[in-house]
Design a protein around this ligand. Structure first.
Ligand SMILES: [Zn+2]
Length: 244
């Protein structure tokens, strides 16, 4: 199969995994805040581990480009959120009254998933097996993120199936950016450390400014720390096993 099709299939499967986030809501239609905080913490742990994995293929002189790319990734997330005035938007305000809250959550989710799309595309361009691993790991992390998004959309009065569909829609940027960044890096291999750095910087920054503060606000700090560490550890273990 053409590699572009593999990138498309892997990123699409990863985006669709968000729909699985609906499962906890079948058990508890109005989930406790702690569940959402733990979901966030699991996603955060996997994103930190993914960012470190992205640094692995970078060696020697490419390290400078990787670091600068990371800076651009941080500025991209910071700038686009400042521009759209969604900075510091809490994702667990199920009782939030403003009508635009649902759209803001969708926008923030789209920016977030776009950065993860660059991670999939760049990883795939560096090594196909590594790319499939990053896509699979991000698919796994899309499940708790999907739970969070589905719960927010449900609290806006959206039906469960449509809320799950919206959680997938929030991840479509992942598919577009995965294919685009793959194509760019294949056409211009010098862009690889930049793209890997961009994704790593954006992922870590999202964890620091969005996921962790919200997690700590929603549940006890010990349980959040354990969830983050567990997710990081599971991701790194999987990475090591698959790398052989
Ligand atoms: Zn994420």
């Amino acid at each position: 199969m053409d590699l572009v099709l593999i990138v498309l299939a892997a990123a699409t499967a990863s985006a669709l995994a968000a729909a699985l986030g609906v499962l906890p809501l079948l058990v508890r239609p109005t989930p406790p805040t702690a569940w959402l905080a733990w979901a966030n913490a699991l996603a955060a742990g996997m994103m930190i581990a993914a960012a470190f994995a992205l640094a692995e293929p970078v060696q020697g002189a490419a390290s400078g480009a990787f670091a600068l790319g990371a800076l651009v990734g941080i500025l991209f997330i910071h700038g686009s959120r400042a521009f759209s005035q969604t900075e510091g938007l809490a994702l667990n305000r199920l009782d939030q009254a403003t009508p635009e809250y649902g759209y803001e959550v969708l926008l923030v989710g789209s920016l977030h998933s776009a950065a993860e799309g660059v991670a999939i595309g760049a990883a795939m361009a560096s090594d196909a097996a590594f790319g499939v691993f990053v896509a699979a790991a991000l698919a796994l992390h899309n499940v708790p993120e999907g739970t969070l998004h589905t719960a927010v959309f449900r609290s806006r009065g959206v039906s469960l199936p449509r809320a799950a569909a919206l959680a997938v829609v929030a991840n479509l940027g992942q598919v577009v950016l995965a294919v685009t960044s793959f194509a760019v890096v294949v056409a211009a291999p010098a862009a690889l450390p930049w793209a890997l750095g961009f994704a790593a910087g954006a992922l870590i920054y999202l964890v620091m400014v969005d996921l962790l503060p919200e997690s700590y606000a929603g549940a006890g700090s010990t349980s959040i720390a354990l969830a983050v560490i567990l997710a990081m550890w599971a991701f790194s273990l999987l990475h090591r096993v698959l790398r052989g």
